[in-house]
Design a protein around this ligand. Structure first.
Ligand SMILES: Nc1ncnc2c1ncn2[C@@H]1O[C@H](COP(=O)(O)OP(=O)(O)OP(=O)(O)O)[C@@H](O)[C@H]1O
Length: 299
């Protein structure tokens, strides 16, 4: 049986090593409870629950078609579940829409980077922070001083965010001119510029080289001092390295949850990836995982 979600557990940090105490640490918990999604006769998610604990990285994995993207889409308001609830800041998110996220302190990146082609990288990043602009529509429309000051501050913050990702040089360039990994950096900067408290990442490592993936992993771990992270990802090495907790889906159901070590050694997880029962305790053969819809570092 899948272990139940504990009422309010202490964070269980990656690899069992306690994270250093940080007074500015995030305090909110993101909960999905009993989420069910049907597409016609197909049950894509069946009573799925997960908890993203404050300041943790929570991974969602599973073979192809397991329901990972559907769960991600529910968490960011793209798909309305047939049953179940989402809770954030101890408040139930009834009828969540994607456009509500920014106001809730939640940001996301998608599989397709979705940058605006007619805007520079810097302008794209600035769009991610629109909600934090304090000047009203009228002052913006008439170019009043307050709007100009806001615009200036926003531009500086967007530049700083790009710079933090080592991407300041991309600022004036247009997405169509950028290689895919750089487009992903800009998309990540656009999510981070709003200073979210929860970051939802859908396959952020897709299309990245081994070195870029290492960099991404380090970055995500650094972000946990300011935010919690939910990540859907195929690259097993990355997931195992950076996640504190992992939820494993198969055929729309949670088949396991726990630390990377717990999940890696779970016979149900191994069987789901291999499509057959194998002996408990056997290491997941990463080459086999690859051929079952899960890629490893550098794949
Ligand atoms: N909009 C949709 N309409 C109908 N069926 C859908 C829709 N979206 C997903 N599905 C089905 O729901 C199931 C779960 O799909 P989902 O994309 O969530 O899985 P996944 O784990 O993300 O797969 P992958 O790793 O291949 O991206 C699949 O059987 C898929 O075909």
């Amino acid at each position: 049986m899948t272990p139940p979600i504990e009422p309010d557990p202490q964070p269980s940090p990656s690899g069992g090593e306690p994270r250093p105490h940080d007074p500015g640490r995030p305090a909110s918990r993101y909960l999905a409870q009993g989420v069910t999604v049907r597409f016609g006769g197909l049950v894509a998610l069946d009573d799925v629950s997960l908890a993203v604990e404050p300041g943790q990285v929570h991974g969602v994995i599973g073979p192809n078609g397991a329901g990972k993207t559907t769960l991600f889409n529910v968490c960011c308001g793209f798909v309305k579940p047939n049953a179940g609830s989402l809770t954030w800041d101890e408040r139930e998110l009834n009828n969540l829409h994607a456009h509500d996220l920014a106001g809730l302190g939640i940001a996301r990146t998608l599989q397709g980077v979705g940058l605006f082609p007619g805007m520079s990288a810097l302008e794209n990043v600035m769009t991610g922070a629109g909600v934090r602009s304090t000047s009203g529509f009228v002052s913006a429309a008439f170019g009043l001083p307050r709007a100009r000051r806001d615009e200036q501050a926003l531009q500086e913050r967007a530049m700083q965010t790009l710079s933090d990702l080592g991407a300041a040089h991309l600022a004036p360039r247009y997405p169509g001119m950028l290689p895919y990994p750089d487009q992903k950096k800009v998309a990540l900067a656009r999510a981070l510029v709003s200073e979210p408290r929860l970051l939802l990442l859908d396959e952020p490592a897709a299309g990245l080289s081994e070195g870029e993936m290492d960099e991404l992993g380090d970055l995500v771990q650094q972000l946990t001092s300011r935010m919690s992270v939910l990540i859907v990802e195929h690259h097993m090495d990355l997931v195992m390295r950076i996640c504190d907790q992992i939820t494993v889906l198969d055929f729309g159901q949670v088949i396991a949850r726990g630390t990377p070590a717990e999940v890696r050694d779970d016979p149900k997880v191994i069987a789901a990836y291999l499509g057959a029962e194998v002996s408990a305790g056997e290491e997941i053969d990463t080459a086999v995982l690859e051929s079952h819809g899960t890629t490893t570092k550098g794949a």
